[in-house]
Ligand binder design. Structure first.
Ligand code: XUL
Length: 521
């Protein structure tokens, strides 16, 4: 035992990370970027174009092709796929895939000469999968809330009825295409779908990712009959079995052994959501450390012993694969907003990094932005459009350095504001995701939170967490040992807060809160 592969099927890429628990090392990594390497799926940013900005779907065949492409790349690199003992998986949360009865009967083992996507294509009862970026189910969310009454959806599932969650998405599909809904035999999340591809048959759904559907009763760790009834008829018959996140759900299918040389006894662990895997990969498994992931979406999450709920209804509580619970808050205007501002002023990421911190003083001379470049989910803002408050120059869009700092400060302040319900203030922040490499952005987060920021040298935290989960399940290696070996912070990258900015940010946060309330009511 000793070699574990972690796969992360994220919005824009499929990533592989291999860890060796004997040599205590990450020994291999690679990825497939859908927009660049799979242009046939017309998804430059991981989803299909659509005239309605609230509608975001992806082609499930793209994920199947990405699996084949990634394993082919690993084989081409000379990586010995037969050395892998177990595979753990991570995927973007909430996306749902709809499959016909044939999928359950025949499984998804491609015949000779076929690839995964050709084998799966006829088994889809819905050609596209709504993903986490979709915000088109406002009406369905209200219907589900009304059907249960009061605050029941949040009390039971840990989240208010949420536009991107699978439950409201399933309801919309049932309402708009009842015949296709009824011809669906099984509805998978992206995590259990890709796990099914590896197993060659329908995989169970882990409690962690299942808590992002508005269908699971968190306390009882089972499907909630009232939530199911409020969502769509006969739904219980279409959902996969539930299982703990550390369950080995089977062995890799013959297709991968014949095609790529995997060993037939390669264990497949239940897959889970990307944020849940990241919590483990970044070493945030215990309360006291909060993880901030600056990626396509920005997310804030941490470990929590007991369930606490966000009274405003924006935050979510999931079941933590490492034990206990995991509160999470997701902000859609993450790297999307950073890229818009960078491009608007024709900057490089290096310029952006310097301007985030060095261009104007902390507090940005009172200039504030609400960065709703796309419809936001925390707080809920369905009509996109950024809001600027401050000097005339800042508001006119002429102030490049002020705009960069305003954006980064806003992204840190909205996280501080909307994470207060979790209760405990973190002692340490662990920053991950592409933008976490920026020293300027890291300093702003340290100052706004008045908390030390730590970083790992290793960027692919979700795939790493998935590999660590496989090692934990197959070899019973403890989380403590695994995080010491694979998730130690690189102390040369640690950023300490500047205490002299404390009062400035307390005042700015108060102003920011008022401005946000004036927009969201
Ligand atoms: C979390 C969420 C996103 C996706 C991105 O609730 O929607 O972070 O998981 O992959």
């Amino acid at each position: 035992m000793g070699i574990y592969l972690g796969l992360d099927c994220s919005t824009q890429s499929l990533t592989a990370v291999v860890i060796d628990t004997v040599r205590h090392q990450v020994t291999y990594q690679n990825n497939v970027i859908y927009g660049e390497e799979l242009p046939q799926f017309n998804s430059p940013f991981g989803c299909l174009e659509h005239p309605d900005p609230l509608h975001k779907h992806a082609d499930p065949l793209m994920w199947a092709t990405a699996v084949d492409t990634l394993f082919a790349k690993m084989r081409q690199d000379g990586f010995p796929l037969a050395s892998i003992d177990g595979i753990g998986g991570s995927a973007q949360q909430h996306g749902s895939i709809y499959l016909r009865g044939d999928f359950l009967a025949r499984g998804c083992c491609p015949a000779r000469g076929q690839d995964l996507s050709r084998a799966i294509a006829p088994l889809l009862s819905r050609p596209t999968a709504p993903i986490w970026m979709d915000s088109s189910t406002f009406a369905q969310c209200r219907e589900i809330e009304q059907s249960l009454g009061g605050d029941q959806v949040r009390q039971r599932s840990g989240s208010s009825a949420t536009e991107r969650f699978a439950g409201p998405q399933i309801r919309k599909f049932f309402q708009e295409s009842p015949a296709s809904y009824h011809s669906t035999a099984v509805i998978h999340l992206v995590s259990s779908f890709v796990c099914s591809l590896l197993l060659g048959k329908s995989a169970p759904l882990d409690f962690g990712d299942a808590s992002g559907m508005n269908l699971l009763h968190l306390g009882q760790q089972n499907w909630d009959q009232d939530l199911l009834a409020a969502t769509a008829p006969s739904l219980i018959d279409k959902l996969p079995q539930l299982c703990p996140s550390d369950r080995v759900v089977g062995r890799i299918s013959d297709y991968f052994c014949q095609q790529y040389g995997f060993r037939p006894d390669t264990a497949i662990l239940a897959w889970s959501g990307d944020n849940l895997n990241s919590l483990i990969g970044v070493g945030g498994g215990k309360p006291g450390t909060a993880v901030i992931s600056l990626g396509t979406s920005d997310t804030y999450f941490t470990a929590m012993h007991r369930i606490a709920l966000d009274p405003q209804g924006y935050g979510h509580v999931f079941i933590n694969p490492a034990g206990g619970f995991m509160p999470l808050i997701c902000f859609k205007n993450g790297s999307l907003a950073r890229t818009i501002i960078r491009d608007q002023f024709g900057l490089s990421w290096q310029d952006f990094d310097v301007m985030a911190f060095a261009g104007t003083p902390p507090g940005n001379q009172g200039n504030i932005m609400l960065p709703y470049f796309t419809a936001e989910i925390t707080p809920l803002v369905l009509n996109a459009g950024p809001v600027f408050e401050g000097s005339a120059r800042f508001k006119s869009g002429q102030d490049c350095v002020g705009t960069v700092r305003a954006l980064v400060e806003a992204q840190a302040m909205t996280m501080r504001l909307h994470s207060q319900w979790i209760g405990t203030r973190p002692k340490t922040l662990r920053l991950t995701g592409g933008a976490s490499r920026s020293p300027g952005i890291s300093q702003v987060f340290a100052d706004v939170f008045q908390t030390t920021v730590e970083k790992l040298n290793f960027k692919e935290s979700a795939a790493l967490g998935a590999a660590m989960r496989a090692a934990n399940a197959c070899e019973k290696l403890s989380w403590n040992w695994l995080s010491k070996v694979f998730s130690a912070a690189d102390t040369s990258l640690t950023v300490r807060p500047n205490r002299s900015t404390q009062a400035t940010y307390a005042a700015l946060l108060a102003k920011f809160t008022l401005l946000e309330r004036s927009i969201t009511g």
